[in-house]
Design a protein around this ligand. Structure first.
Ligand SMILES: Cc1cc2nc3c(=O)[nH]c(=O)nc-3n(C[C@H](O)[C@H](O)[C@H](O)COP(=O)(O)O)c2cc1C
Length: 425
């Protein structure tokens, strides 16, 4: 069912009106009517709609989308822009969502699904779920506790968490809050000596793996971020010495800003050896030689690069387009996943991230052959809305939906989920 704008306007007005209570009517009736609209829900577009649908507690949420309007209201507009932005016109964010619609499910019946095992092993550590809390920078921009709240939620729900290089929490504090190993996402530094010290520090802190992100090496044009920053009446330079964001530059960082980025401080720059150009496969070899941690690459989307990664001894891959914030490729990561798996010939594990919002999305990626999937924005909606409790609720909802998808498909373990359980839509 689709709703024309004037009807939507009228329903929104009614949902917020005291007349509603006077007439003894339930606001949820209107919320449901407003929700029945416009195809798949991808991102917010209508302020009145957001206000009409807001949940008051994490427990009220029916799905992960319910957290988004609450988070939007709580987060300063410039920081919201940083979270919401894609590249250019944000088309690749939409593509990531639409990619899931190209697959439908083929459920099997009359299989005893009363006992379910959703566990997965990563380099010898078992997790009860394949859903990974992906690296996402600057989380104190969304909640005062930032990555600490996320790590505590990952601990409560026992999820694998990956910490960003540009986190507002150190790897040491994140591991302590998680109460167990946390992977580290690496952005290389212009001085290899500094990168090497960072890798050593992370290894000493107890991280079992690093994921080197390769999808932003040429920069990205984040228009939504710039537009939202322009609406913020505060002075950006008070906190960000690099100033407000600019077109064509994914982030503007002044070294002095690193006081809020604890993973970027404390290194010796005595003998800087600037990297020549941007990293190539030679950099991957260097990285592999410099650590005993597992090394993954984050941001691979082609079979050719997947094959090269295996040849260079990489231990795992993230099929990722940075949540639609790298190049504006218009290609969903779920569409790239099969060719990456072909390229690896299943020699190393593969994680897929980008646009995962439903348990059925997780199911489709597992059916195509992913070992795990990663989520980004949804858990930050939870964090921005209700802190640690919100993150836990987001993880819980996705897991519950995924479990239902598995049971309904007649699958009892991750190994049971195969290509036969999906079909082109
Ligand atoms: C605000 C924001 C910050 C991010 N920061 C990082 C980062 O520091 N390192 C990284 O490798 N990926 C980063 N990502 C990408 C995520 O790890 C992940 O690939 C992406 O968010 C998945 O898409 P989704 O948000 O649609 O779930 C970031 C994404 C967002 C939205």
């Amino acid at each position: 069912m689709s709703i024309d704008p004037s009807r939507r306007h009228f329903l929104t007005f009614l949902a917020g009106s005291p007349l509603l209570a006077a007439a003894g009517l339930d606001e949820s009736v209107f919320s449901r009517l407003l929700q029945a609209s416009d195809g798949p829900r991808t991102r917010l577009d209508d302020t009145a709609l957001q206000l009409a649908q807001q949940i008051r507690t994490a427990g009220e949420a029916l799905d992960v989308f319910d957290f988004e309007p609450v988070a939007k209201q709580n987060i300063p507009v410039a920081h919201w822009g940083y979270l919401a932005t894609g590249t250019d016109d944000d088309a690749t964010i939409q593509a990531n969502r639409q990619g899931f619609d190209r697959w439908a499910m083929r459920p099997r019946r009359l299989i005893d699904v009363s006992r379910l095992d959703t566990s997965v092993s990563w380099f010898g550590t078992k997790y009860p779920t394949p859903i990974i809390v992906n690296p996402l920078g600057s989380q104190k921009a969304f909640n005062p506790l930032g990555e600490i709240a996320t790590a505590r939620a990952a601990k409560t729900k026992d999820h694998l968490m990956v910490l960003s290089t540009v986190a507002t929490t150190s790897i040491e504090d994140a591991i302590e809050a998680r109460g167990g190993p946390v992977w580290f996402q690496l952005y290389h530094q212009s001085d290899w000596a500094v990168t090497k010290q960072m890798v050593k520090r992370v290894e000493k802190a107890g991280a079992p793996a690093i994921a080197f992100t390769v999808d932003l090496l040429g920069g990205s044009n984040r228009e939504t971020m710039i537009r939202e920053a322009r609406k913020d009446t505060r002075t950006c330079t008070k906190c960000h010495l690099g100033g407000a964001p600019l077109p064509g530059v994914s982030g503007r960082v002044d070294d002095r800003d690193n006081r809020r980025k604890p993973n970027l401080v404390g290194y010796q720059k005595a003998t800087p050896i600037p990297e020549v150009g941007t990293p190539t496969w030679e950099f991957i070899d260097r990285l592999k030689q410099s650590t005993s941690m597992k090394v993954l690459i984050k941001g691979i989307v082609t079979a050719e690069d997947a094959d090269l990664a295996v040849k260079h001894g990489v231990d795992g891959l993230f099929v990722s387009n940075h949540g639609g914030r790298a190049e504006n490729s218009h290609r969903a990561t779920i569409t790239s996943l099969p060719e990456v798996l072909l390229g690896t010939e299943r020699r190393i594990p593969v994680i897929c991230d980008g646009g995962f919002r439903r348990g059925t999305d997780v199911f489709k990626a597992m059916a195509l052959g992913a070992t795990s999937i990663g989520i980004g924005r949804p858990y930050i909606w939870g964090l921005g809305a209700f802190g640690q409790e919100g993150v836990e609720a987001v993880l819980g909802l996705l897991r519950k939906e995924f479990e239902v998808a598995m049971k309904q498909s007649g699958t009892r373990s991750l190994a049971d989920i195969t290509l036969k359980h999906i079909t082109p839509a």
